[in-house]
Write a protein that binds this ligand. Structure first.
Ligand code: GLN
Length: 304
């Protein structure tokens, strides 16, 4: 059975299933999205694209961008990055404050908001023009000059970003933020606002399915060893307090965003992006999780 056959079958099945979950509303711009959107794109190791539904429509990738900022920061900082951020699953919601105080302002991992904010702080310290240089990096990795931030979504998140403000203030107090907190938060909101379609997302993340190397251009985006580690963090922390569940049911390294997107990679096999905006209680796409669980079950391919 071809990937496309399976994707189409599961897409049709899930279109008939009663919808669960709610679109994120705490970022006002995200609440306007049509909750019935549903798209999937898989790119296999022969660079064949298999896609269905709304797979060419750009949406806000939100926390999926944290993988890209981590890639750039880890490439630049090397292992010293882990002096300021852990690599342990948090078992807590993405915006939780409680652990951070116990852990003296060191976030558990780079994918919870606190960890991604420290990554932003590091990039601001290292780059002359962080906003321009980061989007240039994303465009290079995605081989797409059209990829951009959404100023509207970033501004909308900033307007109600009280929890992220609380997180950064706490970390600043512990000495784990080096730059002006307003500047760091603005950069964080901007990177979360990046828009991509499922097709563009699956394309962008090919380097993580191919041991750090872009399969099309041959560029080594990041080393083999660091790729292994980024995939490991996606496996253990990519879905916050649902990371165990995603591992258990889907069994792939992946990352979700509150825009309803999920990216997952099967090393050496494929990169797959799914988008459906209704989120479960943990802030992960309800249908996206369902789709990927059925997909890895049906294909009987596993990294385990
Ligand atoms: N920008 C969002 C926030 O900070 C990202 C959260 C997410 O996608 N899980 O709340």
């Amino acid at each position: 059975m071809s990937y496309l056959y399976i994707i189409e079958e599961l897409y049709n099945q899930l279109n008939d299933v009663e919808e669960h979950g709610e679109v994120a509303t705490y970022i006002r711009e995200l609440s306007h999205i049509d909750s019935d959107k549903f798209g999937v794109c898989l790119i296999d190791s022969d660079n064949q694209y298999h896609q269905v539904g709304d797979s060419d429509e750009p949406f806000s990738i939100q926390s999926i961008a944290k993988v890209l900022s981590l890639t750039l920061a880890y490439k630049m900082a090397g292992e010293s990055l882990w002096d300021r951020i852990g690599v342990e699953p948090s078992g807590s919601p993405f915006n939780s404050l409680v652990q951070l105080e116990y852990d003296n302002g060191i976030p558990r991992n780079p994918f919870i908001n606190a960890g991604a904010i420290v990554v932003c702080d590091y990039l601001i310290s290292q780059l002359d023009q962080p906003e321009d240089e980061f989007i240039s990096f994303v465009r290079r990795v995605s081989k797409n000059e059209q990829i951009n931030y959404s100023e509207e979504i970033a501004a909308s998140e900033k307007a109600t970003g009280y929890r992220n403000a609380a997180l950064i203030n706490l970390m600043k107090d512990f000495g784990n933020i080096r730059n002006d907190i307003g500047k760091v938060l603005d950069f964080y909101f901007l990177l979360c606002s990046i828009k991509m379609s499922c097709r563009e997302l699956a394309r962008t993340f090919l380097y993580l399915m191919n041991y750090g190397k872009d399969p099309e251009t041959g560029e080594q985006v990041i080393s083999l060893s660091k790729t292994k580690r980024i995939n490991a963090i996606m496996q253990t922390c990519g879905f916050y307090d649902e990371a165990g569940e995603f591992s258990f049911k889907v069994g792939l390294p992946g990352k979700s965003g509150v825009g309803g997107g999920i990216i997952a990679v099967h090393p050496k096999q494929y990169s797959i992006a799914v988008w459906s905006p209704r989120l479960n209680k943990k802030g992960n796409s309800w249908k996206g999780m369902q789709f990927l669980e059925r997909f890895t079950t049906k294909t009987e391919q596993s990294i385990f």
